[in-house]
Design a protein around this ligand. Structure first.
Ligand code: UFG
Length: 327
């Protein structure tokens, strides 16, 4: 079986990618330090514990498995936290990716798929974002991802591997099986927090800012179902394996939802009120991040099929009603 090394494979998106890869006939090899990932989420292939900041360890794992491709999900990925501790974001995300790229070129890995983010674009007065929109990140998380995008491109040019860079919008939902899902401790993301508030697992949700230049004053994001997102990764891998040129793709549904609209959908789906109070803006947040791109559809044939807000909330609720992970 063709091996794919999945960094961050024990995390939320990485574990769903491993399932999709296994379903498409690949063997996903998870590399994860379990700092935010879960051993129980590694269900679809071998596990190698390690930290990308340990250059010898990642080099040893790449040499051992000689993967046909690397999918690089492992990252610190919280906007708010990145503004509190930018040094940690730069150190971890950039150094870890540098070690991984070095191990990839040392071992001749031909294809590299990198998880980037719409946070690299920054604020653009509400316009829809496509892959040519200038990148002007306003938080340390987005800035660290932009630096890695450039690193991937520099290495690819010098060493001749092919890459896809996927710029994610806001990923939500969970696998329909209920076996894997989003599980952060502490949780910081809107949809799980709103579900917890609506189902009595936390007293209230704080809405970060009502004075943004958006129709209801709350931030607008583009939410995409995690299984739609990982389908694009498998399509991206097949595209590279078919000898197609390196490329960059936005991955979003193209629909903008405000924080207030998300709260309202969660209330409708749960049948409960979502207790919410108003708080100050969270540093580093853009007013609106919505994809206006159809490149992934045109080039990869990717069409999100599960990314309605109702379905994402329903799938997330089913997962959160279960036991989650214990290890
Ligand atoms: N929000 C609240 N209250 C909360 C939590 C979030 O109002 O308690 C708001 C945020 O201010 C933001 C929106 O809900 O406007 C979404 O916030 P999330 O924390 O769920 O997601 P982010 O947009 O900050 O970031 C996520 C991922 C990033 C990714 C980004 C792309 O964490 O890795 O989506 O936009 F890059």
């Amino acid at each position: 079986m063709t091996k794919v090394l999945v960094t961050g494979g024990a995390g939320y998106i990485g574990s769903h990618a491993c399932k999709a890869l296994a379903g498409a006939g690949y063997q996903p090899v998870t590399f994860d330090n379990l700092s935010t990932g879960w051993r129980d989420a590694v269900q679809f292939g071998p596990f190698e514990q390690g930290d990308l900041c340990d250059a010898d360890r990642i080099s040893e794992v790449v040499e051992k498995h000689k993967p046909a491709a690397i999918m690089h999900f492992a990252s610190l990925a919280e906007v708010g936290e990145s503004m509190q501790d930018p040094a940690r974001y730069w150190r971890t995300n950039v150094n870890g990716s540098l070690n991984l790229l070095q191990a990839a070129v040392d071992n001749g890995v031909p294809n590299f798929i990198f998880s980037s983010t719409c946070a690299t674009y920054g604020d653009h007065d509400g316009v829809l974002l496509d892959e040519n929109t200038p990148q002007r990140p306003i938080n340390a998380y987005g800035a660290s991802k932009l630096a890695i995008e450039q690193m991937v491109q520099n290495f690819a040019e010098r060493f001749g591997f092919a890459y896809t860079i996927f710029r994610y919008f806001n990923v939500a939902g969970a696998d329909e099986s209920g076996r894997i899902g989003e599980f952060h401790n502490p949780e910081t993301h809107l949809i799980p927090l709103a579900i917890q508030a609506a189902t009595g697992k936390r007293p209230t949700l704080t809405i970060f800012g009502r004075d943004y230049p958006t129709p209801d004053g709350t931030c607008v994001r583009d939410y995409v179902h995690v299984n739609d997102l990982v389908d694009a990764h498998v399509a991206g891998l097949e595209y590279l394996e078919g000898g197609q040129p390196s490329a960059i793709f936005n991955l979003g549904s193209g629909d903008g939802f405000s924080v207030q609209q998300v709260v309202d959908v969660v209330a409708n789906v749960t049948g409960n009120n979502t207790p919410a109070k108003e708080g100050p803006r969270r540093p580093g947040d853009c007013a609106k991040l919505v994809s206006g791109s159809t490149r992934a559809h045109q080039v990869l044939g990717w069409t999100p099929t599960r990314s309605t807000m109702e379905q994402m909330v329903r799938d997330a609720m089913r997962w959160h009603a279960g036991k989650g992970y214990s290890a």
